[in-house]
Design a protein around this ligand. Structure first.
Ligand code: G3P
Ligand code: CA
Length: 356
């Protein structure tokens, strides 16, 4: 299906006055040019291909995801790159290539150094059942390269959902991002880009430089974020199982959760990105911040709710019934099928067609 942000943009312009007072989430989304419910491909189609690499983003695009999600960082020589972790050890062979800098931040490497890393083989080792020979030697991508991917399929051009990652390490990254998006012509159509951050200072800077671009404040229970009832972070809890620990975490009070919604509104966000607990727990399962009363309170404040990060039908179903407006997922195809927007080709067929 051809997704036309231009068409949605004109609709959005027409609906803006109406949306100002609307509490209906679908109307709120339309007013921003944001699909509802939204399919947000978390680090690309990162269940089936190494996260934040070319096959992950091309697959997510060709499955029909509404947005390619990415975590933005910057190289030592000032190039915007797409990497999730603060360090490179989990998703590359940095320990073999640069052993003395294996624990150094992304910002300690030049683009040339990052491009010399293998960002695919770790996936084959971690997930042998989904391994593909052609994933070996995949490269870390620049923001420009992800934009190229998003623009390259004339039948479907997804938007970008960009997180400023560890922004305090990258002074000026918000303005640099604006300049890049502007230069690439990505700020002309409402809803084509969504900006997201956990960091309220970065939210303020994003809002200062791109006041018209929709922004999401990511929500988290822990010290420095939504104050937990337990008063503990996982790191100082002494507990062995991270997902089980987070599943028990909740805001210290209803008022504390509502305070964060109000901070989102004040910071210029049009929505929140809360965490969720997965039925099967696991690596990306966190505190449940999508209880129905929480989503209702968000909508009452005119905020959309895009929850991170769910991959299973049982979790999609629970989240939608709780009232969320979009889902970050590593399995964009699975979410498309859940929404009744089944891709013509499945993940295996598409990866084969792409040469992987
Ligand atoms: O950006 C939403 C979600 O991606 C936040 O978690 O750690 O996967 O970036 P993380
Ligand atoms: Ca992210």
């Amino acid at each position: 299906m051809l997704r036309s942000f231009k068409h949605m943009a004109s609709l959005a312009m027409l609906m803006l006055p109406l949306a100002a007072n609307a509490t209906d989430a679908q109307t709120l989304a339309k007013a921003q040019g944001i699909p509802h419910p939204a399919v947000i491909a978390h680090r690309g189609a990162s269940f089936d291909a190494p996260e934040s690499t070319k096959p992950a983003y091309v697959l997510a695009r060709d499955l029909g995801a509404d947005y390619l999600e990415l975590d933005l960082q910057r190289t030592r020589d000032n190039v915007l790159v797409v990497v999730h972790d603060d360090v490179l050890a989990r998703t590359s062979d940095v320990a073999a290539r640069f052993p003395e800098r294996k624990a150094s931040p992304v910002s300690a490497f030049t683009l040339e150094e990052l491009k010399s890393l293998d960002a695919g083989t770790w996936f084959n080792q971690a997930y042998p059942q989904r391994a593909r020979e052609a994933f070996r030697g995949l490269k870390i991508l620049t923001l420009d390269e992800v934009i190229d991917i998003a623009e390259a399929n004339p039948a479907h051009k997804p938007g970008l959902y960009i997180e400023t990652k560890v922004p305090n390490q990258f002074p000026g990254i918000e303005q640099q991002l604006k300049q890049k998006l502007e230069a690439r012509g990505w700020l002309d159509q409402p809803g084509r880009v969504i900006l997201q951050t956990f960091d309220r200072n970065s939210l303020a800077l994003l809002h200062q430089h791109m006041p018209k671009v929709p922004k999401i404040l990511l929500l988290w229970v822990g010290k420095g974020a939504i104050e937990p009832a337990s008063g503990k972070n996982f790191a100082d809890s002494g507990e062995p199982d991270k997902a089980a620990f987070y599943a028990r975490q909740e805001p210290k009070s209803e008022a504390e959760f509502l305070r964060w919604l109000d901070l989102a509104v004040k910071g210029g966000a049009i929505g929140t990105g809360p965490s969720a607990t997965r039925a099967q727990l696991g690596e990306q399962s966190y505190a449940d911040l999508i209880k129905p009363w929480m989503n209702k309170a968000s909508h009452e404040r005119g905020l959309l709710v895009h929850v991170y990060t769910l991959d299973e039908q049982v979790d999609f179903d629970k989240a939608m019934k709780a009232g969320v407006d979009g889902i970050f997922t590593n399995r964009a195809g699975e979410l498309m099928r859940f929404y009744g927007r089944s891709p013509e080709k499945d993940e295996g067929q598409l990866l084969k067609t792409m040469g992987y």
